[in-house]
Design a protein around this ligand. Structure first.
Ligand code: GDP
Ligand code: MN
Length: 398
């Protein structure tokens, strides 16, 4: 879970890493008020859950309350990589002599923690790592290990901190490492750590990502207003609806609605659809043993998506049963109706019963099944995929 800059900085403060005396504002008058109270030039920063705000025009300066107000107005109208700007952070502007980078993250390949530092801060660290790997210092530690002051001093020296600031920077590095562990973080970054014209060392930006699964261990974060959240800006309305219903769902760019029984069929169906020249409109997982109600909801997501031209369905009855699957589909057809053609196949646990449920329902209400083609084990999954592509109006087969 990514934190906003101001949230990350509030954690820095708790771990005695110096930060600017800033405040957040949700409106332009509030921004002007803060600037009047600070009574000095400020930096105004868009609070969005993405990096590279500087380059995207999300970090601006102002010398007085009036300028600040118009700068703020522009910022509130900005979208940064698709994210709307609803909150600004207003801080005193510092004269910067030098910018450094300090971070702690997980080295997944080696099951270790790694402290990363560089004398080239303020820029994209990934870019530095690629173009000038020699400008990056890394210190790998096991999860149990402490980072000792002498080691932090060594890192500080290697990134070009001069002797008068070594102790201060070493303390910041040690504290950042402590914070990383104590908050169950996945990533903590100060970029840039700035050396100001009056020789202060200050964390001018924060990037913090915490482990969602460990949040329950941290009531203190909730007390600070840091709570588990969906990164709303990233979810489509259908993805939000699916999340509410507890259905793992992702929108894609194509026009074939994917209605698989389980993620495995979802991935395989995705491959076959591409193979036959089609494009899936989504990825979805039904989860183990879905109820007929849940099956019906999955179909609602697909049928109400205007991009979907045809639906591909595949159910392998394992833990779940094909008769439950068929009941869910019939329930959906009766209650909601289907506006898109669907081709589906059932095999595995109780598949004959499933096919019979379809057949009976079709005999009873043939009009409900006008757009439905159903198959059992006799039809291979490749054929279902090819047919879905054909139904979507593309050229099927090859
Ligand atoms: P990011 O682009 O999202 O990483 O946002 P940052 O908070 O890192 O800001 C981008 C850049 O703006 C920094 O690297 C600094 O060069 C500059 N900046 C941020 N705060 C200040 C400040 O107080 N004074 C000055 N002069 N520059 C700042
Ligand atoms: Mn930054």
């Amino acid at each position: 879970m990514r934190l906003y800059e101001f949230e990350g900085k509030s954690l820095f403060k708790k771990y005695e890493i110096p930060i600017p005396e800033g405040r957040t504002a949700a409106g332009i008058n509030e921004v002007a008020q803060i600037v009047r109270e600070l009574n000095k030039p400020v930096v105004i920063k868009a609070q969005v859950l993405t990096g590279g705000r500087g380059k995207a025009g999300g970090v601006k300066f102002a010398d007085n309350a009036d300028t600040a107000q118009s700068v703020a107005e522009n910022l509130f109208n900005l979208k940064i990589k698709g994210y709307p700007v609803n909150l600004l952070l207003v801080e005193p502007k510092y004269e910067i002599k030098r910018e450094f980078y300090i971070g702690v993250t997980i080295d997944r390949a080696n099951y270790k923690l790694v402290v990363v530092a560089s004398g080239e801060g303020g820029v994209d660290i990934e870019e530095t790592a690629e173009k000038h790997p020699e400008k990056i210092v890394k210190k790998t530690l096991s999860v149990q290990q402490e980072l000792y002051t002498f080691e932090a001093l060594e890192i500080a020296k290697q990134i070009g901190i001069t002797s008068e600031h070594l102790k201060t920077v070493a303390r910041i590095i040690v504290n950042l490492y402590l914070m990383f562990k104590a908050t169950d973080a996945k990533l903590v970054e100060i970029n840039p750590l700035v050396l100001t014209a009056d020789n202060q060392l200050i964390a001018a930006d924060s990037r913090v990502s915490l482990d969602d699964d460990a949040l329950f261990r941290h009531p203190e974060l909730k007390a600070m207003g840091i709570e588990k959240r969906h990164e709303e800006g990233e979810m489509t309305s259908r993805e939000k609806q699916a999340t509410e219903w507890g259905i793992p769902y992702l929108d894609l760019d194509g026009d074939i609605g994917m209605f698989p029984g389980g993620a495995g069929f979802g991935i395989m169906g995705n491959d076959f659809i591409h193979y036959y020249g089609g494009q899936p409109a989504n990825f979805m997982d039904s989860g183990g043993g879905p109820s007929p109600e849940r099956i019906a909801k999955m179909l609602v997501l697909l049928d109400e998506n205007p991009d979907v031209k045809a639906i591909f369905g595949a159910r392998f009855g394992g833990i779940s049963r094909c008769d439950d699957f068929a009941k869910g589909v019939v329930m959906f057809l009766k209650e909601h109706g289907l506006s898109k053609p669907i081709v589906m196949r059932m095999t595995g646990n109780m598949w004959q019963e499933g096919v019979k449920i379809f057949q009976d329902a079709k005999n009873e209400n043939p009009e409900l099944f006008e757009k439905v083609e159903f198959h059992g084990i006799e039809t291979p999954i490749e054929e279902i995929s090819r047919r879905a592509v054909e139904l979507a109006g593309m050229k099927g087969g090859n």
